[in-house]
Design a protein around this ligand. Structure first.
Ligand SMILES: [Cu+2]
Length: 273
């Protein structure tokens, strides 16, 4: 395999700390060669020769902090060379284990290989899963780590994913236009963003796509790779190609930018066998 990567330190030119979005997309990876997404990501702290090492895993939900982590290789050496996907060299998704409190952040890579998240906060007590998405040597990897927040505030909810196909965010309503979803089959997930009765005519791109989607399985928070598909920006629709590995319930977090306003909406789907 050609090693077309360059080794060395780069200043990260990302803007800092923007919140919002996500999915994984068109990056060529070995795992996708057959069109299969064989193993869900995010279930392990180490995969594909990479290991996630957070500086801290205990937080106070009533304050924010500057959090850092590193990614090391099999020898324990700090990895500094990351390729961009969706215009970023890493994507950090943090969700409480009851599938609430979704965040999507873009850590900043320091020259020595430390990823930094300024003003990091876990907004309510509980156990969270942090997912770090990176591409190293052409291979896409999602690593996961549990984080803990103490304090007083809303406890995990007893709401479970069931089947909610509509969500609202401010003046926008988003609907998941999908019939029954079957496991192990390629499934197109199309969302329509409306304001009032009409589809929004102006969906803006966010990180190189009209929308970003994170899909998490209830029970273990397996993190599914979902790929954007082309849609017309003036159709008010965004579509993704997904494959759910097992039957069960999943929560989808969609981020879109109708008329330039970044919104996050959550949906629940039941996947049949
Ligand atoms: Cu991202």
């Amino acid at each position: 395999m050609d090693d077309h990567s360059t080794h060395g330190d780069h200043d990260d030119h990302d803007d800092h700390g923007d919140r919002g979005h996500y999915d994984d997309s068109s990056t060529e990876t070995r795992g996708y060669a057959s069109g299969e997404h064989a193993v869900p990501g995010g279930l392990a702290v180490a995969a594909n020769g990479l290991r996630l090492k957070p500086s801290e895993t205990r937080f106070d939900s009533e304050s924010s902090t500057d959090w850092t982590f590193r990614i090391v290789d099999d020898d324990g050496s700090v990895v500094t060379d990351f390729e961009e996907t969706h215009g970023r060299r890493s994507h950090l998704v943090v969700v409480r284990r009851d599938l609430t409190r979704f965040q999507h952040l873009h850590p900043e890579l320091q020259s020595e290989g430390t990823w930094r998240v300024d003003g990091f906060a876990l907004p309510a007590p509980g156990v969270y899963r942090a997912f770090v998405d990176v591409v190293v040597d052409g291979q896409s990897t999602t690593l996961g780590f549990d984080l803990f927040a103490s304090g007083t505030g809303p406890e995990p909810t007893d709401e479970r994913p069931d089947s909610s196909r509509r969500a609202t965010a401010g003046e926008y309503e988003v609907e998941l236009l999908a019939d029954e979803v079957a496991s192990r089959e390629r499934t197109q997930l199309t969302f329509e963003v409306r304001r009032g009765d009409d589809p929004v005519r102006k969906l803006e791109e966010y990180l190189g796509a009209l929308g970003h989607l994170v899909a998490l399985r209830e029970g273990d928070l397996a993190y599914l790779h979902v790929h954007p598909e082309e849609t017309e920006p003036d159709s008010g629709r965004v579509a993704f190609d997904a494959r759910f590995p097992t039957p069960g319930r999943y929560r989808l977090f969609l981020q879109t930018k109708p008329e330039g306003a970044l919104i996050t909406t959550a949906f629940d789907v039941r996947v049949r066998g």
